[in-house]
Design a protein around this ligand. Structure first.
Ligand SMILES: C[S@@+](CC[C@H](N)C(=O)[O-])C[C@H]1O[C@@H](n2cnc3c(N)ncnc32)[C@H](O)[C@@H]1O
Length: 850
């Protein structure tokens, strides 16, 4: 495993010093880039007096940071656990010749639910002293109780100020750490659990593979009926419709909105569409756009060698188009947060300034009172547009147009040129000529050059002179030396409350022009240097490794640009073969179709078996297959999600995932009256509607016994009377209510609710292995599960099927319905999380051994 090691021009002894200052995991890498330093000095981003601190911090490895899932009722108990168990444990450890500073809560993070430990994650993973803590982090992450996330990356969702019940859009969401934060805010403690009052999050990404990663590695941690994942280029996110009154439209009993329905609506007059449908606008939008990522150079060491001036400039146009589309989709009075992990004004202030000039209804919100303990620096109100030689680039107003056949600019081989169509002023991003991308069969496009033949870039890169009036200093610049983090740029924008619901005409026309440009040009290409960084950040998978694993290794990194952007030539080649957005597989998802509620025989069976109350929203249950029959999984959505799904064809939304998976069919040789089992992720959603009929109440000792084995025979159960109660219960899926469970380090008792399976003679927990281990560590301070004891039966672990087109993902008929088979199905179901965690760890190792 590993990637080709970069050659450095630095003397070996210097490189060795850099590596020995870190743990053995850090290989030599040249952490010097004169152009980078001179560029940022020229931009004046840091006062002269702080420059040494700033560059010193950039060369230090990042501390480990993580935050607790604030929407979980157990968040504060887990925080106490960290204080009581892990702070003392870590305080005693010798690290790099000194006693380790214990983890500290991150000062500015609400309720002190986030932590920082001054050890790089690679060291944490490799050094045996930290093993116990590393296991804790891995298990609790997978159990959904915490997220390992870079501190500065936690800021944009906090400033988005999402409240329960709101509608939110995350335009560039994968791998999903910020989407998870948005979901947590939508499900904040005290938020209504009534599906009718659920907010909505649409998490979107242009890369299909990363969308699946988003679902299986991130969003499953905070399941919600108002959650959708879509796969679009954010510059062209569709305007979704929401039916105003289904009954009036004569569609009250509608169960699906087909591609034919889509055509029918498209053929309707604008007025008629407006009469029947509202346009979907959002209260909150996050535009965490793809960027050059130089704020992550403390963890992505390849950036030191790959950084060029062109990296930022090459992404400016795409970033601006994404922001403009976001502004169009924002409700009047709504809040939009624009963020990058780059320090470059070409990707930050220039994008904001250009968008504000085009959209007079938008303004920057000062957020000095929000997260008051966060040390920040103001956004720039002026900057320079520099070329590769760090000279000021010619401004378009001073340039004379010449034909494409004019002599190539001196830096054409390396720099990324942003072309400007002279007549229409539309922009596209194109790589340097040498790379041979960005040209279509229509012939070369006219390029704008100045009298000296220097390429002229888009005007939107330059300050316009009104940046102070626009309040650009209210944007936040976060630098490594301020509080030992990565670097980030965050700007909070608001739309006037009385703004027209539609996009401003000017912005609309720019958007349209840009969309045309997108069609006429090649897809926006990432700079050459970013291509290199992508390769550097991705360990090369070993020959013969399963594809799924390769994908996870590639995708598990946070805040990196998409591979497809980074390898445009390859992406274009693939595009010819199959309709791919971003990267990954073609869009071949199955349609979502609603079930006719209690008219469906299987739903009636489920209702009776689990004794679900009549108030349960049976009309919000849907399946994902073309037959519209409950074959393998049944999902629950919120009423707003239902409206969206019944107003837009699933293809128009390029919908990857939606709602909460409530029930899964368990193939069981007709041993059970009801073959449907309740999924762990849906338990909390359905619990308020259940009677005690299928709730098995036990004491904490029984939980410990159940945790210790894959399944337990009734006669072996130690709790008095429990075997008889289970024998009296109709075999099948149930809920285990553990009364008075207590953490190893606390006296506070709580009831736990876990998915459970009762067969004719034995029973077992329906909790994934790794989640069981996390729970065991918390309750007993040791892992008592068969997984830890090596007692678990060997299991094949094929990648999980995410769709339910067939019922073939179930265990073999002969063993179907046995506790081991049921457990196996549970473990395989949600995308093979154990391997995903391992792969994520390997990814971390890859990063660290750059
Ligand atoms: C900085 S990362 C986002 C990180 C994410 N917000 C998080 O917190 O985990 C940028 C993402 O933008 C996606 N992307 C790139 N171009 C895009 C486009 N045109 N539309 C939508 N997403 C895009 C990439 O696939 C990548 O996942």
């Amino acid at each position: 495993m590993g990637r080709p090691q970069r050659r450095s021009n630095k003397p070996k002894q210097d490189r060795d010093q850099a590596s020995t200052e870190r743990t053995g995991a850090w290989r030599a890498i040249d952490q010097n880039n004169e152009t980078f330093e001179n560029y940022y000095k020229a931009q004046g981003i840091i006062p002269e007096a702080e420059w040494a601190d700033f560059t010193k911090s950039l060369r230090e490895p990042l501390p480990t940071t993580f935050r607790l899932t604030s929407s979980r009722p157990t968040a504060h108990a887990l925080n106490d656990h960290i204080k009581k168990v892990y702070v003392p444990f870590l305080s005693g450890i010798e690290y790099e010749g000194a006693k380790l500073e214990p983890p500290k809560p991150i000062e500015w993070y609400p309720e002190q639910l986030a932590w920082q430990l001054p050890v790089h994650k690679a060291a944490l993973r490799k050094d045996p002293h930290f093993r116990k803590f590393q296991h804790f982090l891995v298990y609790e992450t997978d159990a959904g109780n915490l997220s390992r996330q870079e501190a500065v990356s936690m800021i944009p969702p906090l400033l988005l100020d999402v409240q329960p019940g709101m509608t939110a859009l995350d335009m560039c969401a994968a791998p999903g750490s910020k989407s998870v934060q948005i979901l947590e805010a939508l499900h904040a403690p005290g938020a209504s659990t009534d599906p009718a009052h659920q907010g909505l999050l649409i998490a979107n990404d242009s890369d299909a593979k990363r969308c699946h990663l988003l679902v299986h590695q991130s969003l499953h941690r905070v399941p919600g009926t108002g959650m959708m994942v879509t796969n679009h280029d954010a510059t062209q996110l569709p305007s979704l419709r929401v039916v105003k009154d289904a009954a009036a439209e004569g569609a009250a009993g509608r169960l699906k909105f087909t591609v034919e329905d889509e055509r029918r609506v498209a053929a309707m007059s604008k007025d008629r569409v407006a009469k029947q449908y509202d346009g979907m606008l959002f209260d909150r939008i996050l535009a965490d756009v793809p960027c050059s990522g130089d704020g992550t150079m403390r963890k992505n060491l390849g950036i030191w060698t790959d950084w060029t001036v062109g990296n930022g400039i090459g992404l400016h146009s795409l970033q601006l188009r994404i922001l403009l589309r976001g502004i169009q989709l924002l409700k009047p009075g709504g809040r939009l947060v624009y963020s990058t992990c780059s320090m470059n004004p070409m990707e930050n202030e220039s994008v904001i300034s250009a968008a504000l000039s085009l959209c007079p209804d938008m303004s920057i919100l000062p957020v000095t009172d929000e997260l008051p303990a966060l040390k920040r620096r103001p956004g720039l109100t002026t900057w320079r547009v520099l070329d590769n030689s760090l000279s000021d680039a010619p401004h378009p107003s001073s340039a004379a147009a010449a034909s494409a056949d004019a002599p190539a600019p001196p830096d054409a081989d390396e720099a990324v040129a942003v072309e400007q169509d002279n007549d229409k002023g539309r922009e596209g991003v194109r790589k340097g000529d040498k790379a041979g991308v960005g040209k279509k069969g229509k012939g070369k496009k006219e390029k704008k050059v100045d009298a000296n033949g220097r390429r002229v870039w888009t005007e939107t890169l330059w300050p316009r002179g009104d940046e102070k009036e626009k309040g650009l200093e209210h944007a936040l610049r976060l630098y490594p030396h301020l509080q030992d983090t990565g670097a980030f740029f965050v700007c909070v924008l608001v739309k006037k409350g009385d703004a027209a619901a539609e996009a401003p005409a000017e912005a609309e026309s720019v958007q349209e022009e840009q969309e045309v440009a997108m069609e006429e040009e090649e897809a926006p290409a990432a700079p050459v240097a970013t291509e290199k960084r992508e390769r550097a950040a991705t360990p090369t998978p070993a020959e013969g490794e399963p594809e799924a694993k390769k994908v996870r290794q590639e995708e598990a990194e946070e805040d990196v640009k998409p591979k497809a952007d980074a390898k445009p030539a390859q992406a274009q080649k693939d595009k010819k073969k199959e309709p791919v957005l971003g990267g990954g597989k073609p869009f071949n998802e199955e349609p979502y179709i609603y079930l006719p509620g209690l008219e469906d025989e299987q739903i009636r069976l489920i209702k009776d078996f689990f004794d679900i109350s009549d108030s349960f929203p049976f009309s919000e249950l849907l399946v994902r297959n073309a037959t519209g029959q409950p074959l393998r999984s049944i999902y629950l959505t919120s009423p707003l999600t239902r409206k969206l799904l019944l107003s837009n064809a699933y293809t128009r939304m390029r919908l990857i995932s939606c709602g909460v998976k409530l029930f899964t069919r368990q193939d069981s040789n007709n041993l059970y009256a009801c073959k449907w089992r309740l999924n762990a992720e849906g338990l909390e959603v359905v619990r308020p509607y259940l009677s005690d009929k299928r709730v098995v109440k036990v004491g904490p000792e029984t939980l410990r016994q159940l945790m210790g084995d894959v399944s337990v025979k009734f006669e072996d159960l130690k709790e008095e009377g429990l075997a008889d109660r289970l024998r009296a219960l109709e075999p099948g899926s149930a809920i285990l209510q553990v009364q008075g469970a207590k953490g190893a380090d606390t006296d506070k008792e709580e009831d736990l609710f876990l998915a459970f399976w009762v067969s004719k003679t034995s029973c077992n927990l329906m909790v994934e292995k790794i989640e069981k281990s996390a729970l065991s560590l918390r309750l007993y301070a040791e892992d008592v599960t068969p997984h830890a004891k090596g007692k678990a039966p060997p299991q094949s672990r094929p990648a999980a099927k995410s769709e339910d087109t067939t019922a073939t993902g179930t265990p073999a008929e002969s063993s179907a319905g046995t506790p081991a088979a049921v457990q196996e199905a549970v473990d395989q179901e949600d995308g093979d999380k154990v391997k995903a965690v391992e792969a994520a760890d390997q990814e971390e190792a890859g990063e660290a051994t750059a």
